[in-house]
Design a protein around this ligand. Structure first.
Ligand SMILES: Cc1cc2nc3c(=O)[nH]c(=O)nc-3n(C[C@H](O)[C@H](O)[C@H](O)COP(=O)(O)OP(=O)(O)OC[C@H]3O[C@@H](n4cnc5c(N)ncnc54)[C@H](O)[C@@H]3O)c2cc1C
Ligand SMILES: Cc1cc2nc3c(=O)[nH]c(=O)nc-3n(C[C@H](O)[C@H](O)[C@H](O)COP(=O)(O)O)c2cc1C
Ligand code: SF4
Length: 765
C-alpha cells in the first residue's frame, strides 16, 4: 500500500470509541513515518447493562448535542463523545491500575501517583503535614510533594520573586515532617524541584495575559552552573531528611524545558547548552540527574516531568521550532541514559502558563471545546502532531503522547492532567493494561476533592468519590466541592479535616435539596445528628439545569449523584415532594433549621412583544429564541446562557448594570480565562453599565452608561438577572427556632459558595 493510500485509510478510521482518536492519529502518524505503535487500539470491555459509568451525570442538553450537531462551526472542530465513560470492572483490586509498579528502587502498591502541586499551605506545618498524610492514607501509590520551598538558595531567590514569600530553606520547612507522615502509611514520598525560567513571575492578576515565552538566553553561564549545583545539593539535603527521590520539573516554564526545545533555546549554536544538538539541549537536566545519582546513590529516585507534546498556544502556527514527537523521544532517551527512573508527561503549551498544567480548561466552553486562552482553537486532529484525542473533553488527553514515548524508552512513563479513572474506569484500565502508559498522576481529584479517592476506587465505591468538576476554583480560591483544604485549622475549621462529634442530641431539618442543603445534611449527619432533608421537587437543585446549559465537562451530574449517595451513606432521612412552610416546621419542631431553598428570581425585566418575547432563564432551552438574543445579567447563570447561545451560532449581547469585570461573577477566574476569549472571538458582545429600557417588535432599547438610548435588533430577551436572597421563611421562624440560611438562599452566587456555607454551617450547629 502506498503512503498516500495508508494516509487515506488512517483518515477514515473512526475518531469515536475507546481511544479511537489516538488510534487514528497513531495510524496517520505511522503513515508519515513516525513509527508509532501499529495495530489495533485497545477496545473497552462491553459495558454491562446499566454499567454506564456510575459516576457520570446524565443530563443532556435538548438543543446542543454532544456529538457536535450545533449550528456553530466551533462545535464541529472537536466534537465530543461521552461514550468512553463506561465501567465494567467489578473487582478493582485485581486490575492493572491497582497492581504493583517498580520505579527505580521503589515498589509502589498501585499505579496512582499524587502529582506535585502547590497545596497553598506549604509553610503551615500542621496543615501541610495533615494534607499530605491524608493523601497517603487514602491509598495513593506514591506522593510527590510540591516544590514550593526554597531548594535553590541562590538562583530561586533571584528569579522567583513572587514565590519568595512562600519559600524557606529545606531544613526550616515542614518537609521532613511531611515525609515522615507519608512514610508512616508505607507510601513512597518524593518532592518536586522546580525553578522557573528567569522572567516568569507568577501573579494571579496576570492570568490570561502572559503570552510571552521566556528564553534560555536569559541565563548566564554562571546561572546555569548555580542551578545545576544547587539542584544536586538540594536533592542531597532532601535525601538527608528522608525523601525517596525527587521529581525534576523540566516541563512548561521550568528551566530545563526552555533548553529542551529550539523554541525556547535561543542560545548560540556553539554554546554547550545551546540548541544545536539533543545532547546540548538536555545537558543541564542530564548533568543534574548524573550529579544526583553520584551524590545520593543509584537508589535515590529521579523522575522527570517533561512536555509530552508541544504547541504555541499564543500564536498558533508559530510552531516551527517546538519539539516534534521524534525530538521528545530523543530527549526522553537522553534523560533515561543519564539515569532518570521515570517520566511524567504533560502538555507543553508555551504562552499561557496555566494552560500547561490545567489544560483541561481548553474544553470548558460547551460547544467550543478546544478554545485556547487567546480565543483561537486547537483542532486536536491537526495540532500537537496529531498525538492527542480531543474528543473526551480533555480526559486522558496526554495518553497518546505517553504511548508514543513509552515505545522508545524502557523506564516507566505516566501522564498527568484530567486523568480521572473514576470517571471512565474501562478507558484508563484498558490503556494501562495495553501498555499505553505505566502510571496515572493526579492532583485535583485527590488533593482537593477526595483524599480517599484511591481506596474508594479500589473498593469499587465510585459513587462515593467526591468528583472534581474541572472548574478551576482552586487556582487561587477554595475548591468548589470541598471547602476544607484552605480552611482547616483556621477559625473557620479549627477542628481540622475531621468533623467534631454532635453537640448533644439534636433533630436537624434541612429545607432544600440543592448542593447547599445536601452538603449541610451530609455533614450534620456525619457528626451524629438526626437529619431530615425536605425537597419540594427532586434532589439536585439547579445542578441539572446548569449541566444542561454547561455540558458535562464540569461533572455537575456526578456531583449531584455523589451528594445524594452520601445522604444514603450517612443515614439522612430524605423526603422529596414536600414543600416546607413555617407551619410545617412548627409541626415537626426540629432543634435546628437550615434553610437552603435557593434564591428568588426577580420579576421579568419587561413585558415582551410578539416579535421579541422576554423569557426567564429557566425557559430558554425550551423556547424558540431566534437569531439575535439579548441576555440580561453578568452572573454565572447569565454567562453560561450567553456561552451556550453563542455556541449555537446566535448573535448574543449580554447586558447588565455592573461593570464589564463582573461578567462571570460566581465562576472561577481561571475558567473564564479559557472561555471568555473564545466567546468574544465568536462575536459575543457585552454592554456593561447598561439597562434594558424597552422592548419593541424585533428591537430593544438599552440605556447605556453615557445616558444615551441604544437600539439593538433583537429576537428574544433571556432574563437571567441576578436572583435575590430567599430569607422570608427564615425571617418568619427566627426567634422561635435556631435558624441558618445557606447557599443561594443567603447569597445567590455559586456552587462553591453553596457547598462551603452548607459545610461550615453544619460543622458549627
Ligand atoms: C444555567 C446555570 C449556570 C450556572 N453556572 C454556574 C457556574 O458556572 N458556577 C457556579 O458556581 N454556579 C453556577 N450556577 C449556580 C449554581 O447552580 C447555584 O449557585 C447553586 O445550585 C446554588 O445551590 P443551592 O443549594 O443554594 O440552591 P439551589 O440549587 O437553587 O437548590 C435549592 C433547592 O431548594 C428547593 N426548595 C426551594 N424552596 C423549597 C421549600 N419551600 N421546600 C422544599 N424545598 C424547597 C428547590 O426545589 C431546590 O431543589 C449556575 C446555575 C444555572 C441555572
Ligand atoms: C493550584 C495548582 C498548583 C500547581 N502547582 C504545580 C507545581 O508547582 N508543579 C507542578 O509540576 N504542577 C503543579 N500543578 C499541576 C498539577 O500537578 C497537575 O498536573 C494538574 O493539577 C493536573 O492534574 P489533575 O487534573 O489531576 O489535577 C498545580 C496545579 C494546581 C491546580
Ligand atoms: S476547585 Fe474545581 S477543579 Fe479545583 S479541585 Fe475543586 S472541583 Fe476540582
Amino acid at each position: 500500500m502506498s503512503t498516500m493510500e495508508e494516509t487515506k485509510t488512517a483518515a477514515t478510521v473512526s475518531r469515536r470509541g475507546f481511544l479511537g482518536g489516538i488510534g487514528a492519529a497513531a495510524l496517520g502518524a505511522s503513515a508519515l513515518g513516525l513509527g508509532l505503535l501499529g495495530g489495533c487500539a485497545p477496545q473497552p470491555r462491553a459495558a454491562e447493562a446499566g454499567g454506564e459509568a456510575a459516576a457520570s451525570g446524565d443530563a443532556t442538553s435538548p438543543a446542543l448535542s454532544q456529538t457536535g450537531s450545533a449550528a456553530s462551526p466551533y462545535a464541529q472542530i472537536n466534537p465530543q463523545d461521552w461514550d468512553f465513560t463506561t465501567n465494567s470492572i467489578e473487582d478493582f483490586a485485581n486490575t492493572t491500575m491497582f497492581s504493583e509498579l517498580k520505579i527505580g528502587s521503589l515498589t509502589l502498591k498501585n499505579r496512582l501517583i499524587k502529582s506535585a502541586a502547590s497545596s497553598m499551605v506549604p509553610n503551615e506545618e500542621q496543615k501541610a503535614v495533615a494534607y499530605h498524610g491524608r493523601i497517603a492514607a487514602g491509598g495513593m501509590g506514591a506522593v510527590l510533594v510540591e516544590g514550593s520551598y526554597i531548594m535553590l538558595e541562590r538562583l530561586d531567590k533571584r528569579v522567583n520573586v513572587a514565590d519568595n514569600d512562600m519559600r524557606m530553606t529545606i531544613e526550616e520547612s515542614p518537609l521532613a515532617a511531611i515525609c515522615a507522615e507519608v512514610h508512616s502509611y508505607d507510601v513512597p514520598c518524593l518532592v518536586q524541584m522546580k525553578t522557573a525560567t528567569p522572567g516568569i513571575v507568577y501573579l494571579w492578576e496576570n492570568m490570561g495575559e502572559e503570552g510571552e515565552t521566556h528564553k534560555a538566553s536569559l541565563l548566564s553561564d554562571a546561572d546555569i552552573q548555580m542551578y545545576i549545583e544547587d539542584t544536586i545539593d538540594g536533592a542531597a539535603r532532601l535525601q538527608a531528611i528522608g525523601f525517596d527521590g525527587i521529581d525534576l520539573n523540566a516541563a512548561g516554564d521550568n528551566l530545563p524545558a526552555r533548553f529542551f526545545s529550539r523554541f525556547g533555546n535561543d542560545r548560540a549554536a556553539d554554546d554547550p547548552y545551546g540548541p544545536a544538538t539533543i545532547e546540548n539541549r538536555t545537558r543541564i537536566a542530564c548533568e543534574i540527574i548524573r550529579g544526583i545519582k553520584e551524590r545520593c546513590g543509584a537508589d535515590f529516585v529521579v523522575q522527570v516531568l517533561v512536555n509530552g507534546a508541544e504547541e504555541n498556544d499564543g500564536a498558533l502556527g508559530d510552531n516551527a521550532l517546538v519539539n516534534t514527537p521524534e525530538e521528545t523521544v530523543a530527549i526522553c532517551q537522553a534523560l533515561e541514559a543519564a539515569g532518570a527512573d521515570a517520566l511524567e508527561l504533560r502538555l507543553g503549551t508555551f504562552a499561557f502558563h496555566e494552560a500547561q498544567f490545567v489544560n483541561d480548561g481548553v474544553f470548558a466552553g460547551y460547544g467550543y471545546d478546544g478554545a485556547t486562552s487567546f480565543g483561537t482553537f486547537f483542532d486536536f486532529d491537526s495540532h500537537f502532531s496529531g498525538l492527542l484525542d480531543g474528543s473526551h473533553s480533555g480526559c486522558g488527553l496526554i495518553m497518546g503522547a505517553c504511548r508514543y514515548v513509552k515505545q522508545h524508552v524502557s523506564i516507566p512513563v505516566g501522564g498527568v492532567v484530567f486523568m480521572d479513572p473514576a470517571l471512565a474506569p474501562d478507558y484508563f484500565e484498558n490503556a494501562l493494561s495495553e501498555g499505553w502508559l505505566d502510571m496515572i498522576y493526579m492532583h485535583r481529584p485527590v488533593a482537593n476533592c477526595d483524599a480517599e479517592y484511591a481506596n474508594k476506587l479500589r473498593e469499587g465505591r465510585i459513587d462515593e468519590i467526591r468528583p472534581c468538576c474541572r472548574c478551576l476554583n482552586c487556582l487561587g480560591g477554595l475548591c468548589r466541592v470541598n471547602p476544607c483544604n484552605n480552611s482547616v485549622f483556621t477559625d473557620a475549621m479549627p477542628e481540622g479535616y475531621e468533623v467534631r462529634p454532635a453537640d448533644g442530641d439534636k433533630n436537624v431539618m434541612v429545607i432544600g435539596g440543592g448542593p447547599a442543603g445536601m452538603e449541610a445534611a451530609r455533614v450534620a449527619a456525619e457528626r451524629g445528628y438526626a437529619v431530615t432533608l425536605y425537597e419540594k421537587n427532586g434532589l439536585g437543585g439547579l445542578l441539572d439545569f446548569a449541566e444542561m446549559v454547561k455540558g458535562k465537562h464540569e461533572s455537575l451530574g456526578r456531583l449531584r449523584n455523589y451528594l445524594s449517595r452520601m445522604l444514603e451513606v450517612e443515614g439522612v432521612n430524605v423526603v422529596t415532594g414536600q414543600e416546607v412552610d413555617a407551619a410545617f416546621v412548627r409541626e415537626q419542631s426540629p432543634d435546628v433549621v437550615i434553610v437552603a431553598t435557593g434564591g428568588v428570581r426577580p420579576e421579568l425585566a419587561a413585558a415582551g412583544t410578539a416579535a421579541t418575547p422576554v423569557i426567564g432563564v429557566t425557559d430558554f432551552l425550551a423556547s424558540e429564541v431566534g437569531e439575535r438574543v439579548a441576555v440580561l445579567g453578568f452572573n454565572a447563570q447569565a454567562t453560561d446562557t450567553a456561552h451556550y447561545l453563542i455556541a449555537q451560532g446566535k448573535k448574543v449581547t449580554v447586558i447588565a448594570p455592573e461593570p464589564a469585570e463582573a461578567f462571570g461573577t460566581g465562576q472561577a477566574m481561571m475558567l473564564n480565562a479559557f472561555v471568555k476569549p473564545a466567546f468574544f472571538a465568536a462575536g459575543g458582545r457585552l454592554m456593561p453599565e447598561c439597562t434594558l429600557k424597552s422592548v419593541g417588535d424585533g428591537e430593544i432599547v438599552v440605556a447605556n452608561s453615557f445616558g444615551m438610548d441604544v437600539a439593538l435588533a433583537c429576537d428574544c430577551v433571556v432574563d437571567a438577572s441576578t436572583m435575590s436572597p430567599n430569607t422570608a421563611l427564615a425571617d418568619e421562624l427566627s426567634g422561635e427556632f435556631d435558624v441558618h440560611v445557606i447557599g443561594d438562599a443567603a447569597e445567590p452566587l455559586s456552587i462553591q459558595n453553596a457547598i462551603t456555607t452548607g459545610n461550615l454551617t453544619a460543622r458549627n450547629c
